[in-house]
Design a binder for this molecule. Structure first.
Ligand SMILES: [Zn+2]
Length: 85
């Protein structure tokens, strides 16, 4: 469980800490995308639905500023290859 003082304000009430899904709800609140990957607008009034695909956490996201819709995937580590110059 996350220290409650570290959690940002949420317009929706978090479940009671004794509920089995409470840690997942807290992680969602902390890890969800905050800004649109296309226009940079705030996603506070957007739609962000989280689902899991194998060990990936996928945030299906809609931006209210530019209407971008897509998936944002949370990763713990990325391996990127850079082409030689
Ligand atoms: Zn946007």
């Amino acid at each position: 469980m996350v220290d409650p003082s570290l959690l940002p304000l949420d317009p929706h009430r978090l479940p009671d800490r004794g509920e089995w899904f409470s840690p997942d709800a807290e992680r969602h609140l902390l890890d969800r995308p905050k800004f649109c990957p296309t226009c940079g607008g705030s996603l506070d009034n957007g739609m962000i639905t989280e689902y899991w695909r194998s060990d990936e956490r996928v945030f299906y996201t809609w931006c209210p500023s530019c209407s971008w819709t897509g998936n944002v995937v949370k990763v713990d580590r990325a391996t990127i290859f850079e082409a030689e110059h």
